[in-house]
Design a protein around this ligand. Structure first.
Ligand SMILES: [Cu+2]
Length: 167
């Protein structure tokens, strides 16, 4: 199972990095994005609690300037239904909300239309192979242990700035 997850992850990163290319046949991980799995148990940064939204364990993959990376986190919502509409930060040329779909057996990342739902009383997990925040064109190298801010804009809760840890 673990092997499969890593494989699917490598595929999805490969697919995302090649969105603007015609061929999907390249080998996974050739862009260096498919690094070692991080340990999901680590919870180094304290949770951010603001306007009824709790954000736990926000982390990003390591990356090289100009390349892409992805950010994951756990979002809990104590309010009524909300939506994560957009994310911004100086860390990358573009920051997008992505999800992963199965396109005829090929795992593929696509931008999310209308934001990521964060329902009332529910927990939304941004994780590899699912919803995530895509950093496109890193403005600096992201090294393990670095932190950087991202501003998350919710439809109801407004803007919440979170410190992201690179792993
Ligand atoms: Cu993506």
């Amino acid at each position: 199972m673990r092997t499969f997850i890593i494989f699917a992850l490598a595929l999805s990163f490969s697919a995302c990095g090649m969105q603007n290319q015609a061929s999907m046949g390249n080998s996974a991980g050739s862009n260096g994005m498919a690094g070692p799995m991080s340990t999901p148990d680590v919870d180094a940064l304290p949770a951010v609690v603001e306007n009824g939204i709790t954000i736990r364990d926000p982390w990003a993959r390591t990356g090289t300037e100009g390349d892409n990376s992805a950010v994951y986190m756990v979002i809990e919502n104590a309010n009524s239904d909300d939506t994560l509409l957009s994310v911004s930060g100086a860390v990358a040329a573009a920051v997008e909300l992505h999800t992963v779909i199965n396109d005829n057996g090929m795992m593929k990342m696509i931008p999310v239309e209308g934001g990521i739902p964060v329902l009332a009383g529910a927990t939304q997990i941004l994780k590899p192979g699912s919803y995530h925040i895509m950093l496109i064109g890193l403005t600096n190298d992201l090294k393990s242990g670095d932190t950087f801010p991202l501003a998350l804009t919710y439809a109801n809760a407004g803007q919440i700035t979170v410190s992201i840890e690179v792993r």
